[in-house]
Design a binder for this molecule. Structure first.
Ligand SMILES: [Zn+2]
Length: 113
């Protein structure tokens, strides 16, 4: 249940950003999560709603984009999408890998008025 902690962190960023940009109201928040963060969107949305209640982001629409896990093989430089937690190069089978995508956790944009 790490959604609550993440929701608290992100909602304070949303509110601080909105205030510094002189917004009166946040209408939409676009969030990017890597698949490795293992967010359950429904739980996150529920937690986010709770944390922004009675703030200028209280009525904001939430858009969550999940980025698939992509790794790069350090042996043969093959970039591949990881399916079903199979962490081995799809070309040479090496487990000497580097994560390219999948650990993202950030606010892409905030819309408001
Ligand atoms: Zn490889």
């Amino acid at each position: 249940m790490h959604e609550l902690k993440i929701a608290e962190d992100l909602s304070s960023i949303v509110v601080d950003t909105a205030i510094s940009e002189n917004l009166l109201k946040v209408t939409k928040v676009n969030i990017i999560f890597g698949q490795m963060i293992q967010i359950v969107p429904d739980i996150f949305e529920f937690a986010f709603r709770e944390t922004v209640r009675n703030t200028i982001a209280g009525d904001a629409e939430l858009d969550i984009e999940i980025v698939p896990v992509v790794m790069s093989c350090l042996k043969c430089n093959n970039d591949f999408r990881v399916e079903e937690n199979l962490f081995a190069c799809s070309k040479c089978g090496s487990t000497d890998l580097e994560i390219i995508h999948g650990k993202e956790l950030f606010i892409k944009s905030i819309e408001g008025e």
